[in-house]
Design a protein around this ligand. Structure first.
Ligand code: NAD
Length: 290
């Protein structure tokens, strides 16, 4: 397939490289001049999109996605697929998909989980919103870039699934970290805490697969001085998207709101930026109730 790939950052570059390695003809563009192994360099986003069967975007936020969409939709061939893999607000995802459909294109929003490791290893999970025809065309690409794709419904539903998942993740990570800090103060050994919780009703991905306590459980960023992994500021972004969506849908999400406030404080006032989101544990460790 001929693929245009726009946004060759931490995630986009390895995803584009995997598509090129699998034999697809990839034309890449990044406003900062970033490139991807095996992809040719286009002179603009519109040039990358021209004549492509599928155009993939992997961009920082909804405003940038809307600006890039306005540039590339007129350049794309009728019947081509506009596949956005960025994490953006549900409204931008739906607006861009509607514009693409009006122009005779298929549109999919397919945010990912799995991070930079998943992007390089081709093991991402895609949460897909959009039509069946677009999905059928994009499926072989999901199979190269990832290990799983779930069709979540119409446009915007991929983003909805992503922010709901990450809202649960932010909340459970905080709960796991504050429980470890409480256990410390009660004199409970961390290994014993892990052995109990990871096999009891308090278990979660945060405890069992990504334990925030160094030296406990499987290897995780905690064992590497909390280098990300999944950076706290990316969690903050996703929790912000979840709260904006909750406001526009009139959903009551008090735990999501509390997690947003705490990650904001951690990132903006407590040197959390650039640290893994599980570094909430050393944050709690040093604090009392005051
Ligand atoms: P990044 O900042 O490394 O990459 C974004 C790239 O987009 C940059 O290279 C930037 O130059 C480029 N860009 C910005 N504006 C552009 C424009 N107008 N035209 C062309 N290129 C433009 O970010 P990332 O870590 O690769 O993340 C990309 C998306 O994936 C984000 O939406 C993020 O939330 C999501 N995501 C990231 C991770 C992660 O672990 N990094 C995990 C899951 C999802």
């Amino acid at each position: 397939m001929k693929i245009g790939f726009i946004g060759l950052g931490n995630m986009g570059a390895p995803m584009a490289a995997n598509l090129a390695k699998a034999g697809h003809e990839v034309s890449g563009f990044d406003v900062a001049g970033a490139t991807a192994e095996g992809a040719s360099v286009a002179s603009s986003a519109a040039a990358a999109a021209t004549d492509a069967d599928v155009v993939i975007t992997m961009l920082p936020n909804g405003d940038i996605l809307r600006a890039v969409a306005a540039e590339i939709i007129p350049a794309m061939s009728k019947g081509a697929v506009f596949l956005d893999c960025s994490t953006v607000d549900v409204e931008s995802a739906r607006a861009v998909a509607a514009d693409a459909r009006t122009a005779g294109l298929s549109a999919l929003d397919a945010p990912v989980s799995g991070g930079i490791g998943g992007a390089s290893g081709g093991t991402l999970t895609f949460m897909v919103g959009g039509d069946d025809a677009g999905l059928a065309k994009a499926q072989p690409l999901f199979d190269i870039m990832g290990q799983k794709s779930v069709h979540c419904g119409p446009s915007g539903n991929g983003q909805a699934a992503k922010i709901c998942n990450n809202m649960i993740l932010g909340v459970t990570m905080i709960a796991t970290c504050e429980a470890f800090a409480l256990a410390d103060k009660l004199g409970l050994d961390r290994q014993a805490m892990f052995d109990v919780v990871s096999t009891s009703s308090g278990y979660s991905w945060s405890m069992n697969a990504y334990c925030p306590a160094p030296g406990i459980g499987p290897q995780s960023p905690a064992d590497n001085d909390y280098k990300p992994g999944f950076a706290a500021e990316l969690m903050l972004k996703d929790l912000g998207l979840a709260q904006s969506a909750a406001e526009s849908a009139d959903a009551d999400t008090p735990m999501g709101a509390a997690a947003l406030a705490l990650y904001r404080q951690f990132v903006e006032d407590e040197n959390g930026r650039g640290r893994d989101f599980s570094a909430m544990l050393p944050r709690f460790e040093t604090r009392g109730r005051g």
